[in-house]
Design a protein around this ligand. Structure first.
Ligand code: NAD
Length: 497
């Protein structure tokens, strides 16, 4: 299969990338570049600079100046909100173009680009949502506690310079869930997109200037984890690192933040369970879980229900429905409206998924379908056929490790207590699903699950809902008021009367 990348490149207006420092687009002083290969065909898509330590330093200093001397942090609330709402509108107007660029970046098909939580529309809504806090999330006044009359108040002030580091799988939403609250709070930003999803993000950044966001408020360093990301997370002038990505890099960020006590928000991986009870619509549960691990991102989604815990009475019905979804997933050219799922992002990820499938078989799980590299027309791309493992023991690697591919592991259970114990038997705690027709059971079980978001008979990510992880799935929450507050410091000011 050939994607005719060059033709699509012309159609969606993709240009080679640059860094953005203080309003100026330029090449890296490092002289290094990265060539992006399309994950469906390995064709060259385009290139962009790999920022070195000197480039990152200039970008951070630009953000620092914009924070210390610029108008952004102290701009009147109404004006700042108006600019962010204008930007949200501009994103909506450019949605088709951005979806096309994303299809060239990470191979997410156009068919999926409009409907999922990571769509341009949801990103635009996130900017509107966060802009709404600017004139509402202030401090408080507090009475004296121990006697003596005084007036005390708290003020919320922007935290300073934020390093925002993105993964490749949902760049629109995650861009918005970081820059939305950071800019609303009055922070300035140095953004590093993933090297596997850079071009659409660069276009989103261009639109910021068109909406009137001043130069230097958002700066961009393109490149890889080493050297670009490392230079950013270790820079002394960065006040906060806001990161979405793997647990391994999350750990490194916590370490690197220690010397200057940077604030840190982390959105990491997951191994989210779906608990399917005998009174549920097990067919719906099977379609939902398998849909989450195949359609659109091919399971490369942090919160997908990758681990289905299914009551023995509805086990066969659940697997039958999951098989039906597996059989209906289509792969290929992301610009083809009939294509429903993406390739895996790179060869490293392809190898990792195939290795984990092999381990699952060796550990004794029953492979019901899939789990092979796609052949024929698709053989040049990183495609794996949708896999279902049945009779999985929760201690197996396929039940404990984040696969990040189209692989569903199905673990049988007998009673509610066992299901809850299995669900919580993981180092992660990002999402969970409860499938039942019994409302009391739904709430009873939800309260016992150690996960940041629990969906009952369905799952959705929305920008106003706090989203984040328990345990090793992260630190802090994106979305909602707490996300805005995470980009502020709280100051107490008091005066004896
Ligand atoms: P990744 O950790 O490999 O990369 C994420 C970003 O970190 C990239 O921009 C990368 O260049 C950068 N990076 C790598 N090394 C770095 C370093 N030493 N210092 C600074 N930056 C560095 O993750 P990925 O493969 O892009 O994304 C997949 C992971 O993201 C999965 O684990 C997934 O679960 C997670 N994820 C989580 C959420 C969430 O909201 N919890 C959402 C999407 C993805």
């Amino acid at each position: 299969m050939s994607l005719t990348v060059q033709q699509h490149r012309g159609n969606v207006g993709l240009r080679n990338g640059s860094l953005l420092v203080d309003g100026e687009w330029r090449q890296a002083r490092s002289g290094e570049t990265w060539t992006h290969l399309h994950p469906a065909t390995q064709e060259e898509v385009g290139e962009f600079p790999v920022a070195g330590a000197e480039d990152v330093d200039e970008a951070v200093r630009a953000a620092r100046r914009a924070f210390d001397e610029g108008e952004w942090p102290t701009m009147p609330a109404g004006r700042r909100a108006k600019l962010l709402h204008r930007y949200a509108e501009s994103l909506r107007e450019h949605a088709d173009e951005l979806r096309g660029l994303q299809a060239l970046d990470n191979g997410v098909p156009l068919s999926f680009g409009t409907v999922y939580a990571g769509s341009v529309d949801v990103a635009a809504d996130a900017f509107d949502h966060h802009a709404g806090w600017i004139d509402k999330a202030g401090g408080e006044t507090l009475p004296p506690y121990q006697g003596g009359d005084h007036l005390a108040m708290t003020l919320r002030e922007p935290i300073g310079v934020v390093a925002a580091i993105l993964p490749w799988n949902a760049p629109f939403l995650l861009f918005a869930q970081k820059l939305g609250p950071a800019l609303a709070a009055g922070c300035t930003v140095v953004l590093k997109p993933s090297e596997y999803a850079t071009f659409a993000v660069l276009r989103m950044v261009e639109l910021l200037a068109d909406a009137g966001i001043p130069d230097g408020v958002v700066n961009v360093v393109t490149g890889t984890g080493e050297p670009t990301g490392e230079a950013l997370i270790t820079h002394r002038m960065v006040d906060k690192v806001s990161f979405t990505g793997s647990r391994e890099v999350g750990r490194r960020i916590v370490e690197a933040s220690a010397p200057t006590m940077k604030r840190v928000s982390l959105e990491l991986g997951g191994k989210s369970p779906a608990l399917v009870f005998p009174d549920s619509d097990a067919g719906l549960a099977g379609m939902t879980a398998m849909g989450m691990v195949t359609l659109g991102l091919s399971g490369q989604a942090c919160v997908a229900h990758t681990r289905a815990l299914v009551h023995r009475d509805v086990y066969d019905e659940f697997i039958g429905a999951a098989e039906m979804i597996a059989a209906s997933v289509t792969y290929g050219d992301p610009f083809d409206p009939g294509v429903l799922a993406s390739p895996l992002i790179n060869e490293r990820q392809l190898k990792r998924v195939l290795d984990l499938v092999e381990r699952g078989k060796q550990e004794g799980a029953r492979l019901v379908t899939g789990g092979e590299r796609a052949d024929g027309d698709l053989s040049a791309g990183n495609f794996v056929t949708p896999a279902i493992f049945a009779d999985v023991d929760n201690s197996m690697n396929i039940a404990q490790q984040e696969v990040f591919g189209p692989v569903l592991s199905v673990v049988p259970f007998t009673d509610e207590d066992e299901a809850i114990r299995l669900a919580n038997d993981t180092e992660y705690g990002l999402g969970a699903g409860v499938f039942t027709a019994d409302a009391q059971r739904a709430f009873r079980v939800s309260r016992k699950l150690r996960a940041g978001t629990v969906g009952i008979n369905g799952f959705q990510v929305e920008p106003h809902l706090p989203f984040g992880g328990y345990k090793q799935s992260g630190l802090g929450r994106e979305g909602g008021r707490s996300a805005y507050e995470a980009y502020t410091e709280l100051k107490t000011v008091l005066m004896p009367l």
